[in-house]
Design a protein around this ligand. Sequence first.
Ligand code: NAD
Length: 377
Amino acid sequence: MTSTMTADSGTDIFRFSDEIGPKKIVAIHDPSCDLKAIVVVDNVGAGPSIGGTRMASDVTLAECFRLARAMTLKNAAAGLAHGGGKSVIFADPAMDPATKETLIRSFARAVGDITDYIPGPDMGTDERAMAWIEDEIGRAVGLPRELGGIPLDEIGATGFGLAIAAEAVEEHAGIGLRGARVAVQGFGAVGHHAARFLAERGAVLVAASDSRGTLTSRDGLDITALQALKAAGRSLADAPFGTVADRDAIIAVECDIWIPAARPDVLNADNVAALNARLVLQGANIPATHEAEEYLHRAGVISVPDFIANAGGVICAAVEYHGGTQSQAFSAIEDKIRSNTSAVLERARADNVPPRAAAVALARERVLKAQSLRRFA
Ligand code: NAD
């Protein structure tokens, strides 16, 4: 059963509305497998929306909308022929694989008619889940290599983009990468590849965390060993080296580059003053509240916004969708993220505003321009 909410459901649903979206919010319920999900198609000005399908039990509609808007801005900033959307399946991603497949296939059939939404992988879903969706409706990105996909998490598309953003900051603001101390919150697909690509550029990973703890070492952590630990289903807190502290100790670690790569709003008014870094590269989506971004700006900490810094994944997905190759994806990520990061930092400096304000202005201009060329978008 799929229902598109209208004004009859109460005008409260329109509290997110502005001149660019959301175009539609769809609630999905399939009692046969207890599927409950929402899809937010925020904007389709430049083309059908692309955005991740998240599986989590604790995401609100407001959060889903913010994530969809972040995709609109990200896709526009990256100059892709796609708008932004997002979907959430309300469930625990740690369920048994057969139940997960049933749920995701049911979700796929329910979004089959929402042709202006192209699902991609997100927290709690992966390439395999996208293969199931593709199998059901022939429309998904982030597919396994065997299905013609460019496995963006396996190749580290987003982590690569974060390293390119760091290079652009180096050119622009002089925060050098050689010897830079890096702390990564969330050593998953984004976090570990970011650490790896930055290490290739001479940076040193001095701290990393996951949902169970923070691991630190002033001399640098062995990224390959940590990756092997995570691949074996263990926590960084189980590492036989480094010093273990509690999960949120990562926030106050002394470093040059701090990378949130886990959950939303991890930097907020209550903890941002504890941050001890010169540059924040936003790997996670919406990892900092408005208050936190303002604080960082006043404190002279450069914070490269999520939809500029972490666009590598969606750029890769768009290259895949349009039939491109892995090397074309890497070169598109490099070109787009380098030039966008520079443009945003220059505009932020000229207007004396936080980088996010500059980035939003730049992306909104592109969305409005694309919309102006359409009859209904
Ligand atoms: P993932 O599931 O592979 O990794 C997440 C990691 O974060 C895990 O190691 C988990 O243990 C850890 N974690 C969870 N809660 C935590 C907490 N409170 N503190 C510290 N660590 C915690 O996910 P991912 O694909 O790496 O995505 C991470 C973030 O980046 C998400 O916000 C996602 O939306 C965003 N993102 C991902 C991509 C991508 O290409 N995968 C692209 C853009 C943005």
